[in-house]
Design a protein. Structure first.
Length: 109
């Protein structure tokens, strides 16, 4: 695991912890226990078994622009399976999962 990936995980867990604390203060300890247990009891997201990228709706975590992967021949991009995504709006690079993903937009099946 690279240092950047580890830092992204720390930030994610810190954000979840802050959210959980806010819920606890507002709703009480019982609500926080239910909230945390619901996070950890959900089904894990796993990549397709055939090695193809997982298709899902992606948004830039910085500017919230929808991210849709598509070939761009004029830039030499053929849209191969990839883990890191580049936001067309703000230029932020991020990795949503540790396996290849493909942004398809919210209403694209």
């Amino acid at each position: 695991m690279r240092v950047r990936d580890a830092l992204e995980d720390v930030v994610l867990y810190a954000a979840l912890g802050t959210l959980a604390l806010g819920v606890a203060v507002y709703f009480g300890a019982r609500a926080i226990a239910e909230f945390v247990s619901s996070i950890f009891e959900s089904e894990p997201i796993v990549p397709p078994s055939d090695g193809s990228p997982l298709k899902l709706a992606l948004q830039c975590p910085v500017c919230r622009l929808d991210h849709v992967d598509a070939p761009s021949p004029e830039d030499g991009w053929t849209n191969p399976p990839h883990k890191i995504h580049l936001c067309a709006g703000c230029g932020h690079l991020w990795r949503p999962f540790p396996f290849p993903t493909e942004g398809i937009g919210y209403f694209n099946p």
